[in-house]
Design a protein around this ligand. Sequence first.
Ligand SMILES: *Cc1c(COP(=O)(O)O)cnc(C)c1O
Length: 459
Amino acid sequence: MNCRSELLGEAHRRALAYVEGARDRRVYPDTAALAGLAGFDEPLPTTGADAIETIDRLDRLGSPATVASTGGRYFGFVVGGSLPTALATDWMVSAWDQCSTMPVNSPAVAKIESVAASWILDVLTLPSESAVAFVTGASAGNLIALAAARRHLLLKRGYDVDEQGLCGAPKLRIVASEEIHATLIKMLGILGLGRSCIERVETDGQGRVRVDKLPPLDDTTIVCLQAGNVNSGAFDPFRAVAERVRAAGAWLHVDGAFGLWARAAPAFAHLADGVDLADSWVTDGHKYLNVPYDCGIVICRHPDALRGSMSLAAAYMPTGEQVPAKDMVVEFSRRARGVPVWAALRTLGRDGVADLVARTSRHATSLANGLRELGFDIHNDIVLNQVVASIGSPELTSRVCQLAQLDGTCWFGTTRWKGRDAIRLSVSSWASTDEDISASLAAIARAVSTARLELRTKV
Ligand SMILES: *Cc1c(COP(=O)(O)O)cnc(C)c1O
C-alpha cells in the first residue's frame, strides 16, 4: 500500500468509527473533551508534520469535541443530519475534487447537477421553467434571489441596476414578515436595500403573516415570506399574499430553508399551499434533505433575472448550451454540492422524502406530547418539525435547558417566542428514532426534577 492509500484508508476507518459511534455518545462534548481542544494550540510547524499523525490528532482531539448532530438526539437550531448515501457521495465528490464552475470543468458534475435541479422542481412541485442553482446555504440563496428580484423590478422601470448601480436607481420597497430570518435581513443590507427600511408585517400567534396587516403593494415591492418559521415551523398564507403580489406587479420571495420540503410530503403539502405562485424560493439541502454541509438551493421563476445579476464572462471562458453554475451563483470556483442532492433524492425517492418529513413531524409531536406530560406548555401548533415550550418560570425553563444540555443525552437550545423565554426543539434528522425521543424525554424529566429541587432549596 502506498502512502496515499494508507492515509485515505486511515481517515476512512476513523470517519466510519465516528459515524457509527455518533448514535451512542454524548451529544454535546463534556468538559474534558473541550479542554482537549487546547491540544491544537501549537506553532505552525517549520517542516511539515506527519500526515497519519495529523489525522490521528484531528480525530483524537477534534472528534470528541464535535457535536453529535449526525446522531438521532440533536434537536438544536434546525441542523438536519447526514444520510449515509449523501455522506458517501460527498466523499466521492471530495475524491473527484471538481472545480464545478462550467461544464468544461467537469462534464459529470454539470450533468448530475442539472438532473438534481430538475428533480428538485419535480419533488417540490415548483414551476418547471425555473432556474435552480446549488449554493452554500439559504443565506447565499437569499442573496441571489433578492438580487434577481432587484434586477427584475428595476428593469421593468427601465433601469439596469447591475450595470448602473444603486445610486440613481428608483427606490425599492421591502415588505417582509416581522418573523423573517436574520440572514435575509443581512442580505438586504449587503444588496444596498437596507436592513432597517423593511416594512414589517405583523404576524399571528403562530408567527404567520396577517394578510389584513399587509400594506398596499406596488410594482417596486419585494415581499418576503417564510415556509417554516425558524421557531414554530409555521407557514405564511402564500396564496392570499401571492394574489395581492401579482395584482400589484410586485415580487414574492419565499425563504423555505427547511419548510419548503413540506411540499414533498402529500400529508404536509397543504401547509405550503400557493407557494408555487412566488417568484423565487430558497431552501437548504443541508437541513431537511440531510445532505452534508454546505448545500443550499436557490430557485427562480425568472431565469433571465437570476442570470442577469449573477453572470460573468471572460475571454478564456467558453460558452455553451447549458447555463453554467458560474452564471447563477456568487462563487466562481465551487464544490460540486449538487451531487449529494442527486444521490439523496435518488436513494430516497419520492416516497422516501415524504417519509422523512412525516417521520420527523411524528417525532416532534411525540416530543411535544411528552413535554406536556412533564408540565410544559407548548406554544406552537406542531405543524411540521418544530416545538416551542416552556415550564413554570423563565428561570425554571432556562435551568431545565441547561441541565438537559449538561446531561448529554440530547441537545436543544432556548429562544424567545412571542415575548416568552422558551426552549426550542427541531427534529430534522433521518436518524431520530422512537427510542431517541423516549431517551430524550427521560433526560428532560430528570432535568425538570433536579431543577425543581434546586429552585425549591434556593427559596
Ligand atoms: C437556517 C435558515 C436560514 C439560513 O440558512 P443557511 O443554510 O444557514 O445559510 C435562512 N432561513 C431560515 C428560515 C432558516 O431556517
